[in-house]
Design a binder for this molecule. Structure first.
Ligand SMILES: [Zn+2]
Length: 143
């Protein structure tokens, strides 16, 4: 009985490891492909108004983020995609002009979303359930 329990626990553990591995691989691929697409995030410091640009890798850095959006549902192949239309996206960064860590508005959030979505869909498209959950995670960080 105990042996079976150990087998079941190991199987669950293996599934979790595979899922984490899939997520990590897809995430690395997505980030590399978004970088390769040449997408730049145009940012504007909300304190001094200075405009600067960031690479996807720099933009994806962990930090506070806030946004306002309206969600539109769209059909993409066999899937329903919930696509946010951003009115406002900002993230806290150290402004290169005033040197303060302040809210910086992302001026091309919808353009970034259009560049990131197809890449994310391709890499995370293995399972719809996985895609929905991870798609939100990707958007939360990248778009
Ligand atoms: Zn500034």
């Amino acid at each position: 009985m105990l042996a079976w329990l150990a087998v079941v626990l190991l199987a669950v553990l293996a599934c979790v490891i595979v899922m984490v591995g899939m997520f990590a691989t897809a995430w690395r691929r997505t980030l590399a492909q978004v970088e390769a697409s040449g997408l730049r995030y145009r940012m504007r410091c909300e304190s001094c108004g200075h405009e600067f640009s960031l690479s996807p890798r720099e933009f994806a850095r962990i930090g506070m983020r806030r946004s306002r959006s309206a969600t539109r549902t769209r059909v993409e192949g066999p899937m329903l995609v919930n696509e946010p239309h951003y009115r406002y996206v900002a993230k806290r960064f150290v402004c290169p002009a005033c040197g303060e860590k302040v809210w910086c508005e992302n001026l091309n959030a919808n353009e970034a979303r259009d560049a990131v979505n197809p890449i994310a869909l391709r890499n995370f498209g293995l399972a719809l359930a996985v895609l929905v959950v991870i798609g939100f995670a990707v958007r939360a960080v990248l778009a």
